[in-house]
Ligand binder design. Structure first.
Ligand SMILES: Nc1ncnc2c1ncn2[C@@H]1O[C@H](COP(=O)(O)OP(=O)(O)OP(=O)(O)O)[C@@H](O)[C@H]1O
Ligand SMILES: [Mg+2]
Length: 199
């Protein structure tokens, strides 16, 4: 299965999502995360060798792909329309993370307008949702009213997600009382992906 994580905006949680879903899929079958972002954020996260899956650069990926059952692709912000087209054609599913911020939601709608004519399979993931406010709920209502396909589970905004990269670990392995909450949410998203692909 090939899953690409993409968005027109930066900072919406693409790399965090790619890393945690790769960890989930690795628990099912060998999984490769391809870092297709020039900033190499996923490669930097992996450099201490504490992640439970393999991360490759785009240049390093071709020789490795056949050894893995699941491939995840972390992409750069602001992809060219041609890049989106290639990702849509080459993936079983595109995951579009967005924060509840109205500007990010607007970019998500624009990304979907580009994807619609391509017959792409995509699903929107709400990330960095602050549970103390209604912004997550409001964003979900907006996306549902726009009839955009949306994961049932949101990813909460947690300090553990912010800090895990500096230790080179996934959130589950970061010592914080709310780490297991964060990990349970990405596990739930992974299960939704599996159910979606089987449909
Ligand atoms: N659920 C979350 N809770 C708290 N912080 C988060 C969460 N998800 C991501 N972050 C933080 O938000 C910032 C952006 O996240 P991330 O790097 O995953 O986004 P991105 O879309 O890959 O960004 P870029 O476009 O720069 O590649 C990072 O500092 C990350 O640690
Ligand atoms: Mg990134």
């Amino acid at each position: 299965m090939i899953i690409a994580i993409t968005a027109l905006k930066g900072g919406v949680g693409k790399t965090t999502t790619a890393i945690h879903l790769a960890a989930f899929f690795q628990s099912l079958a060998p999984t490769l995360l391809i870092d297709a972002d020039k900033n190499r954020s996923a490669l930097v996260w992996s450099k201490e060798d504490k992640l439970p899956f393999y991360v490759a650069s785009q240049a390093g990926a071709p020789g490795l792909i056949k050894k893995f059952t699941h491939i995840l692709i972390d992409t750069q912000a602001r992809p060219e329309p041609e890049e989106l087209e290639d990702l849509a054609a080459g993936s079983d599913l595109l995951i579009l993370p967005t924060t509840p911020n109205p500007l990010d939601l607007d970019s998500t709608v624009k990304a979907i307008e580009l994807l619609e004519p391509l017959n792409a399979q995509y699903k929107v993931l709400l990330t960095q949702v602050d549970s103390r406010t209604t912004t997550g709920r409001d964003a979900r209502k907006f996306l549902e009213e726009a009839k955009l396909p949306l994961f049932k589970v949101d990813i909460p905004r947690l300090v553990a997600f912010e800090r895990a990269p500096s230790r080179g670990v996934i959130v589950k392995d970061y010592p914080d009382p709310r780490s297991s909450l964060g990990w349970s949410k990405y596990r739930a998203i992974g299960k939704e992906v599996m159910a979606y692909i089987k449909e």
